[in-house]
Design a protein around this ligand. Structure first.
Ligand code: NCD
Length: 305
């Protein structure tokens, strides 16, 4: 049976550990992976803007010796003629071995996955989930901190629409002793379903707070996010909330020496560029890790050892 990645919980913790181990091995021995995907094709179907996710998928496939087809602007495809996601998926399966899809509608990659016979990877669906960003985040946390257990993870910014945060909380909730500090304005609080279905159900310790400065000293990970302008219903609300949190070197002064700042990127203004030089700023190392974990994921879903 084919395997898709729609939600991060589609992978067991053992499978995640093994993806991390493969990614580490790729980093150490890139040459031994250079022809693993010879004659295989990845289709990147991106109905929403992307830089890192699409390019890291594409460079991952090239580094495995495979090929890439697809679109980065759905208005240039038959989508603009009114084709459904299901029909597009059925079509693409005739040409490719695996699909990575980003879509503004929650659930679209799932619809693709049940309508075609090749693996589908959710590369971000609306304000819902972004499991491959989470794999990237997990590899980064593993490389920077050595383990997941017992970490205090601060998620800051747009916790309502930020799909990366939803998937990260799902994934990190499976590790012993992890607690969350959820830092957001009232209007951008974590959705009810994440609270009840994940945090409360699993009895995970968490607090919801407004002040980044007050939270800072206790954090092991600070996961900053962009206010998701494209998901707001009106511009006035975006303008009122967009500057809620701006991380500066002054605010970092009270953070632990070993704390790490992650951000899925793109950044707008929520991390001042002056923070980039701080060794705790891990967000560009995180981008790099995204390619390796996607290489590991492509191998796994294609069933290549
Ligand atoms: C994120 C996304 O698309 O959800 N970006 C990414 O994939 N690295 C975060 C964002 O757009 O703010």
């Amino acid at each position: 049976m084919k395997k898709d990645l729609i939600d991060i919980l589609d992978l067991s913790t053992d499978e995640i550990n093994s993806l991390i181990a493969t990614a580490e091995d790729i980093i150490a021995n890139p040459d031994s992976y250079a022809t693993k995907c010879e004659r295989k094709k990845l289709a990147t179907l991106f109905y929403e803007p992307s830089t890192r996710t699409r390019l890291s998928f594409e460079s991952a496939m090239y580094e495995l010796g495979g090929h890439v087809i697809g679109f980065s602007d759905a208005t240039n495809s038959s989508v603009s003629k009114g084709e459904s996601v299901a029909d597009t998926a059925r079509t693409v399966e005739c040409f490719a071995d695996i699909i990575a899809m980003r879509h503004p509608k929650e659930g679209a990659p799932y619809v693709a996955s049940i309508n075609c016979g090749i693996p589908v990877i959710n590369a971000g669906d609306g304000g819902h989930n972004h499991p491959t960003q989470t794999l990237t985040d997990l590899l980064t946390i593993h490389r920077e901190m050595g383990a997941f257990e017992g970490l205090t993870v601060g998620c800051c910014g747009d916790l309502k629409f930020g799909r990366t945060v939803h998937s990260l909380i799902s994934a990190m909730s499976r590790y012993e002793g992890v607690r969350f500090v959820l830092i957001s304005p009232e209007e951008l609080r974590i959705p009810e379903h994440v609270r009840t279905e994940i945090l409360d159900k699993k009895g995970i310790e968490y607090v919801e707070v407004r002040s980044l400065e007050d939270a800072m000293p206790q954090l092991d990970i600070l996961y900053m996010t962009r206010v998701q302008r494209e998901r707001f219903f009106n511009e006035a609300d975006y303008i009122r909330l967009k500057d809620s949190y701006i991380l500066t070197p002054e605010k970092l002064a009270s953070a632990k020496e070993k704390m790490r700042v992650l951000h899925p990127l793109p950044r707008v203004n929520e991390i001042s560029v002056a923070v980039d030089a701080d060794p705790r700023a891990a967000y560009f190392r995180q981008v790099h890790n995204g390619k390796y974990i996607r290489m590991a994921l492509i191998l796994k879903l294609l069933g290549i050892e």
